[in-house]
Write a protein that binds this ligand. Structure first.
Ligand code: OXD
Ligand code: MN
Length: 639
C-alpha cells in the first residue's frame, strides 16, 4: 500500500488512502512504463501503480481518447477475432462483436454494495462487508492481467468541467471496453487534464478475468471474448470505488454507466442533494414553439430508446433527444430541477428497433457502430428481430451458427446491443452538450403492464408523484437475469441501480421538496403503453402515437388540457386526449383508462407487502399514500 499525501481518488469529503487492496510481489514500475505518464496527479498515479502491481499486466497504456487510438484498438480487435468488420458499403465504420454465450447481460446476482453497515445497503441490494469483499477482490485481481495490456481511461460523466459533471478513471484490460467507453462517455486527454491534483474522481477497476499467463509463467492463447465464470460487479458507495471482474459485457464492464452514473452517483446525489436517475431525457416542442423537457423512467428494455427518439405522428410536434438512459438532476439557481445526460453515447437494445418502430435510431445506426450479439447477413451487414418484417433467408446468428427463418432460435440475442455516439443521432438536441442542463417540466414513470395501469395518469402533487415512482413494476425483459414476463417491483426503475437503502432513497426523493420551490418541481405522470384487452391485443398503438400522450402532458403543463379525477390520479377528460385519425374503438379508449377498484385494492395489498421489507426506513408518507389510495378506491372520490 502506498502512503499518499495528496487527496485520494474519491469524490468523498474525506480523502481515503490506499483503497486498492494490498498487492503481492511488486513489479518494477519502470517496466510498466509509469514514468512519463500524461499526468502529474500523484493520487491518480499511485492508484494506477498499485493496480498494475496487483494485476501484473505486460504494459500500461494511458488512453487519450483520439480517433487514432480508437482505430488502433479496433484494428487490434479485428486481428484477435473480437470484432468482425462489417461491409463498409452497407455499414461504414462498423463492427460486430460476439460475446461468450454466458456473458450476455448484467449479473444482478453478482452485483454488490459494500457499505460499512448492512442496513445502509438495504434489502434490495446484495450487501458485502467491505473488508471481506476487498480481500476477495485482492484474490481474484491478483495477476488477472498477466500477458495483457492494462488501459487507463480517464473519463467525464457530463461535459468536461461542467458544474453537474463528475470525473472517473477506468482501468481495464479489455480493448472492447476502451472503445465502447470512448463512444459512451467523454474519455481521454481533456478529462485527464481536468483531474488535477486534489480533484475528486471515481476509480473504477475492470478486468475480464482471463490472464494469458499463469502464476508460474505458462501461457495460453487468447479467445475472441475473454471472460470468467466467476463475476463481481462491486461498489463501495462510501469511498466511491468500483471493481468489476469476469465480464466484458455492457453494464458489467462499461463502468461509467450503471456502476458510476447510477449506483455510485445515487449515493453521491443523496449526500449532495441531487438525483441520479435511470431516465431518458427529451426536449418536446409544440406547434406553438413552446419547449418542454421531460424525463422518463422505465425498467430496462421497455422502449426507452424509442421514446427518447420518438418521431411524433401529430403534426407540428417535435421531439429531440438529450438522453436515452440516465439523467442527473440538480436543483438549479433558477429554482428549477435541471438535468443533464451524463453519457455521450447510447448502448441500446437492438431487437425490436426497426424502420416502423424507431426510424430515428435506424438512421443513427447507419455508420460508426459497434454491434454486439446481433446476427450477421451474408453480405456483411447486421440483422435482428424486429428490424424488418421479413427476416433474410439466411443469417449467421449471434453465436456464429447458421440460421434460417423458422429454425426455432432467435438470430440475435434478445439483449443484443448497439454502441454509438450521441453525435450520430439525427434527433440529438442542441442542449445535449449544455453543461448547465435543461429545466425538467415533467417526470414520467412507466412499466410494461398488461393490465390495470392506465395509459396516462397525472399525480396530484410531488408527494403522490414520489409514491407513483415507488410503485413502478414491470414484466421482466431479457436485459437482466430472471424469468421473462414475470412481474417485478422496480421502484423508480432503479431496483438494480440504487447504491443505498431503497427506503432512504424514497425519503431523498420526498426531500427534493425542500430543495426546489414548489413551482419549480416537475409534475409527475405514470404511463403504460403496454395495456392489453381481454383478447390479448395491445390497446394502444404505441411508438410515434405516444406523441398524443406527450401532447396531453404538455397541454396540462401549460394549463390548457382537461383532466378527470380517478383514485389513481388525473387522467385526460373526455375528449382531451387527441385520438383524431387513430382507428381506436371507443371501447378500447375506455379500457385504456379503466380503473378496476377490486384489482387495485389487491395491488395495494401487494404493495403493502412489498414495502414492508423496507421496515422503519420506509417514509410514513408512502404508507399514507397507500391508505389514501384504498380510501379513494372504496369511496370513488378524493379525500
Ligand atoms: C440498460 C439496462 O442496459 O437498463 O440500459 O439494463
Ligand atoms: Mn437502462
Amino acid at each position: 500500500m502506498t502512503t499518499e499525501t495528496t487527496p485520494g481518488p474519491t469524490t468523498g469529503t474525506t480523502p481515503v488512502q490506499g483503497r486498492t487492496p494490498a498487492a503481492p510481489a511488486p513489479r518494477d514500475p519502470e517496466e510498466l512504463r509509469l514514468t512519463g505518464t500524461p499526468t502529474g496527479n500523484r493520487a491518480l498515479l499511485s492508484w494506477v501503480r498499485d493496480t498494475a502491481r496487483l494485476t501484473q499486466p505486460d504494459e500500461v497504456v494511458w488512453c487519450d481518447g483520439s480517433q487514432a487510438e480508437f482505430d488502433r484498438l479496433t484494428a487490434l480487435m479485428v486481428r484477435s477475432g473480437t470484432l468482425i468488420p462489417l461491409n463498409p458499403e452497407k455499414r461504414p465504420g462498423s463492427f460486430l462483436a460476439r460475446s461468450a454465450p454466458g456473458d450476455v447481460a448484467r449479473v444482478e446476482s453478482r452485483t454488490f454494495i459494500a457499505s460499512r453497515r448492512r442496513e445502509d445497503a438495504g434489502p434490495t441490494n446484495n450487501w458485502r462487508e467491505p473488508e471481506a469483499l476487498r480481500e476477495e477482490l485482492t484474490g481474484v485481481f491478483t495477476g488477472c492481467m498477466r500477458g495483457r495490456t492494462m488501459y487507463v481511461v480517464p473519463f467525464s460523466m457530463g461535459p468536461v468541467g461542467g458544474p453537474l459533471s463528475r470525473l472517473g478513471v477506468q482501468i481495464t484490460d479489455s480493448p472492447y471496453v476502451v472503445a465502447s467507453m470512448r463512444t459512451t462517455t467523454r474519455t481521454g486527454s481533456q478529462a485527464l487534464a481536468a483531474i488535477t491534483p486534489g480533484t475528486p474522481f471515481v476509480p473504477a477497476v475492470h478486468s475480464v478475468g482471463f490472464p494469458l499467463v499463469d502464476a508460474i509463467g505458462r501461457s495460453r492463447a487468447d479467445v475472441p471474448w475473454p471472460c470468467n465464470d466467476l463475476k463481481y460487479v462491486a461498489h463501495f458507495p462510501e469511498t466511491r470505488e468500483i471493481f468489476s471482474f469476469g465480464s466484458g459485457y455492457g453494464g458489467n464492464a462499461l463502468l461509467g454507466k450503471k456502476c458510476f452514473a447510477l449506483r455510485i452517483a445515487s449515493a453521491m446525489a443523496r449526500e449532495e442533494g441531487w438525483l441520479a436517475e435511470h431516465m431518458l431525457l427529451v426536449k418536446v416542442t409544440s406547434p406553438q414553439q413552446r419547449v418542454f423537457h421531460l424525463a422518463a423512467a422505465f425498467p430496462s428494455a421497455c422502449g426507452k430508446t424509442n421514446l427518447a427518439m420518438l418521431r411524433p405522428t401529430l403534426p407540428g410536434w417535435r421531439v429531440e433527444t438529450i438522453g436515452d438512459d440516465i439523467a442527473w438532476m440538480h436543483p438549479g439557481a433558477d429554482g428549477r430541477l435541471r438535468a443533464i445526460n451524463p453519457e455521450a453515447g447510447f448502448f441500446g437494445v437492438a431487437p425490436g428497433t426497426g424502420w416502423s418502430t424507431n426510424p430515428v435510431a435506424m438512421e443513427m445506426l447507419r455508420e460508426d457502430v459497434i454491434f454486439t450479439n446481433v446476427a450477421l447477413t451474408d453480405d456483411g451487414d447486421v440483422w435482428w428481430e424486429g428490424m424488418t418484417d421479413e427476416p433474410p433467408a439466411h443469417l449467421t446468428d449471434w453465436r456464429g451458427e447458421d440460421w434460417t427463418p423458422g429454425c426455432g432460435r432467435p438470430a440475435a440475442h434478445p439483449n443484443a446491443r448497439f454502441t454509438v455516439s450521441a453525435k450520430r443521432c439525427p434527433s440529438i438536441a442542441a442542449e445535449f452538450d449544455d453543461p448547465d442542463g435543461v429545466p425538467v417540466d415533467a417526470i414520467l414513470f412507466g412499466g410494461r403492464r398488461a393490465s390495470g395501469v392506465p395509459l396516462v395518469t397525472e399525480a396530484l402533487d410531488w408527494s403522490q408523484g414520489v409514491f407513483t415512482g415507488a410503485t413502478v413494476s414491470s414484466e421482466r425483459t431479457a436485459a437482466a437475469e430472471g424469468a421473462v414476463g414475470e412481474l417485478r417491483h422496480d421502484p423508480f426503475a432503479m431496483l438494480p441501480f440504487v447504491g443505498y437503502h431503497m427506503g432512504d432513497y424514497f425519503a431523498h426523493w420526498l426531500s427534493m421538496r425542500e430543495r426546489v420551490p414548489a413551482q419549480g418541481l416537475p409534475r409527475v405522470y405514470s404511463v403504460n403503453w403496454f395495456r392489453r384487452g381481454e383478447d390479448g391485443r395491445f390497446l394502444w398503438p404505441g411508438f410515434g402515437e405516444n406523441s398524443r400522450v406527450l401532447e396531453w402532458i404538455c397541454r396540462r403543463l401549460e394549463g390548457s388540457a382537461g383532466a378527470r379525477f380517478t383514485p389513481l390520479g388525473n387522467v385526460p377528460a373526455d375528449g382531451a386526449l387527441n385520438v383524431e385519425g387513430l382507428d381506436l374503438p371507443a371501447q378500447d379508449l375506455a379500457e385504456l383508462f379503466a380503473v378496476d377498484p377490486q384489482a387495485w385494492l389487491a395491488e395495494a395489498d401487494h404493495l403493502e407487502e412489498y414495502f414492508a421489507r423496507f421496515g422503519a426506513r420506509l417514509p410514513g408518507e408512502i404508507t399514507g399514500h397507500l391508505d389514501l389510495l384504498r380510501y379513494r378506491l372504496s369511496a370513488g372520490r378524493a379525500l
